[in-house]
Ligand binder design. Structure first.
Ligand code: PLP
Length: 355
């Protein structure tokens, strides 16, 4: 690949001063990374430029047919000043899996990790330092051919933007209430549920909106065919502690392969827990909650790392999990993964990469 050119902003923004109220996705840094794809040339012209609007032809294909993929990861500021990324090579590998499904040309994974590091380095003063805060990194690719016709694009942009984000749990880990979705489906096998692509999220908005109206924060998706087997939650994978077994739905094409999910499985197995990736029906979870063997339920994802579930509502059946409190396994996974991410504990897995 070519060398990344850097054009620094002459107009630096003022940074948010209240790190306790950063929220999520509200502020963006001074620079962004851009690279073009044009048929015949491949990916080229990698550059770091001042953050700002991107001009698009109104016929740009991404606006009409949703040929887009994205990723999400974070940069963390360790107490000793180091800047750490958590398994960024896994994000770039997954981006190529999404690319393949969406007929988007493959990226050079190693180069893109270097591009992310270079951008984070340029805007490193934006990484917040307050406990629990981080710099969210959003790489994405979209089709820009000015052509209202359904076919794979020949011209695309790869862009990376950065956003300082607040602590997900400023008051400690709060269990969330989740409603089991029985009307809508998110994805089916053969579709694109395993890809991180815009359309999947557009498909989820209606269910999310209806869940919020009845006081729930997220929905738990069931499989699209039998409406029976558990898939995942909004932007999180899901785990169930039933007796001595920890279960998470197997990846069979309609579930997103989370990097936090993968890390949680590796961590739990290294500690001697039995973790099975298999089919798990909502009936099995309900039965376990009735007979007292359902001990913990938690979601995993980059934003919150671990999200304990305090309550599941399935039609008229209400399951209260662990008295609505966080369980010991959820807490241990949270403490260990965040400890590694912020460089507070030794990373025996080799998950952290320094910028
Ligand atoms: C991103 C995402 C996840 C979590 O993946 P991580 O790599 O752990 O952040 C889970 N489900 C969906 C639908 C997602 O988009």
């Amino acid at each position: 690949m070519e060398k990344i050119s850097v054009q620094l902003s002459k107009n630096l923004k003022s940074k948010p001063t209240d790190q306790k109220n950063l929220g999520f996705g509200r502020y963006y840094t001074d620079h962004m990374f851009i690279m073009n794809y044009d048929e015949g040339e491949g990916w080229h012209n990698p550059r770091i430029v001042p953050y700002g609007p991107i001009a698009l032809d109104p016929a740009a294909m991404c606006l009409h047919y949703g040929q887009e993929v994205f990723e999400g990861l974070k940069a963390y500021r360790a107490d000793d000043g180091r800047i750490l990324l958590f398994r960024p090579e896994k994000n770039m590998a997954r981006l190529n899996v999404s690319n393949e499904r969406l007929c988007i040309p493959q990226i050079d994974e190693e180069f893109c990790v270097e591009a992310i590091k270079a951008l984070v380095n340029v805007d490193k003063d934006w990484i917040p330092t307050e406990e629990g805060t981080s710099l969210y990194i959003r790489p994405f690719i979209f089709a820009v051919d000015p052509h209202v016709g359904v076919h794979p694009a020949k011209h695309l942009l790869f862009v990376v933007i950065l956003s300082p984000v607040g602590a997900y749990y400023p008051e400690g880990l709060n269990p969330v209430n989740i409603v089991v979705e029985t009307k809508y489906v998110r994805a089916v096998k053969g579709g694109m549920g395993f890809a991180k692509t815009a359309g999947n999220y557009a498909a989820s908005l209606k269910a999310q909106d209806e869940a919020e109206k009845i006081g729930f924060t997220q929905v738990l998706w069931l499989d699209g065919l039998h409406r029976k087997y558990i898939e995942e939650v909004g932007t999180m994978n899901i785990f169930f502690v039933i007796g001595d077994e920890i279960v998470t739905p197997a990846l069979q094409g309609s579930v997103l392969s989370g990097i936090t999910r993968m890390s949680t499985i590796e961590l739990l197995r290294s500690k001697g827990y039995t973790v099975n990736e298999r089919l798990i029906s909502i009936d099995e979870v309900y039965e376990a909650s009735q007979n007292g063997t359902l001990k913990e339920v938690f979601g995993t994802g980059t934003a919150a790392v671990i999200s304990p579930v305090g309550q599941l509502l399935w039609d008229d059946k209400r399951m209260i999990i662990n008295d609505g409190k966080i369980g010991t396994i959820s807490q241990m996974v949270y403490d260990t993964i965040t400890g590694i991410q912020w460089g507070k504990i030794t990373d025996t897995f080799g998950w952290s990469t320094e910028v």
